[in-house]
Write a protein that binds this ligand. Structure first.
Ligand code: CDP
Length: 220
């Protein structure tokens, strides 16, 4: 069977990474979490007191940073496992500022395209179908209402013992979506040939089954 690229884009906390990992597992594909890459740079910038509005410093920092995936769940920054730290609230609240800079994005996209050359990949983000890999054989635009996205993210955070309120999570998600879809370079957009999947009333299994079915049709 032909090895294809599956691109999953969509707004914040739409469950893309959960679904993408399961699809990758079922198809024995690799998973590339592009959001984790922007989070990695954001974490390193915050740890080094670099202003998230300073495009040139962020771009230089990225030149001196190695970001590597180990399997589908683990990310190393400069040879250290930072998989947990990149999910912290402070990173979440700054990542959309770091990722709006064109110089940062151009470098990240270069890294992402290198990872794509391995073939047989599920990749998720905001600009995959429109910019990083417009030739992907299957493009999904995964959406859900703000409320249902916030409830899922709130429950995840509670399970991790992070103290927050549902209202705060709703506001964070709305603000991130606003920044991601209004930035000038490669904003969050549905590609014209992407298939929209509204997961508001779907279980994870239903979403995964649908994407795997669509993928198999394209592998023949
Ligand atoms: O999982 P969640 O929806 O919280 O977000 P994520 O996929 O980890 O992405 C974090 C942030 O990185 C997004 O809000 C965007 O600002 C940025 N991002 C991006 O600009 N382009 C991508 N391809 C992926 C993420």
């Amino acid at each position: 069977m032909k090895k294809i690229t599956i691109a999953i884009d969509g707004p914040a906390a739409a469950g893309k990474s959960t679904v993408a990992k399961l699809v990758a597992y079922q198809l024995d594909y690799n998973y590339i979490d592009t959001g984790a890459m922007y989070r990695a740079l954001t974490l390193k910038a915050l740890n080094n007191n670099i202003d998230v509005n300073d495009e040139d410093s962020l771009s230089n920092l990225l030149d001196n940073t190695t970001i590597e995936f180990h399997g589908n769940n683990v990310i190393f920054i400069d040879d250290v496992d930072k998989s947990k730290e990149i999910r912290s609230s402070i990173v979440t609240n700054n990542v959309s500022i770091v990722s709006k800079h064109k110089k940062v994005r151009l470098k990240m996209v270069e890294l992402q395209r290198q990872l794509l050359t391995q073939g047989g990949v599920v990749i998720d983000g905001r600009d995959i179908g429109t910019y990083v890999c417009p030739e992907a054989e299957l493009k999904i635009f995964q959406i859900a209402t703000v409320e249902s996205r916030a409830i899922r993210r709130f429950q995840e955070m509670q399970a991790k013992g992070i103290n927050t309120s549902l209202e705060e999570v709703i506001n964070d998600i709305k603000e991130r979506d606003r920044l991601d879809s209004t930035r000038e370079f490669a904003p969050l957009r549905k590609a014209h040939d992407a298939i929209e999947v509204d997961t508001t009333n779907m279980s994870i299994e239903q979403v995964v089954d649908k994407i795997v079915e669509l993928a198999k049709e394209r592998m023949i």
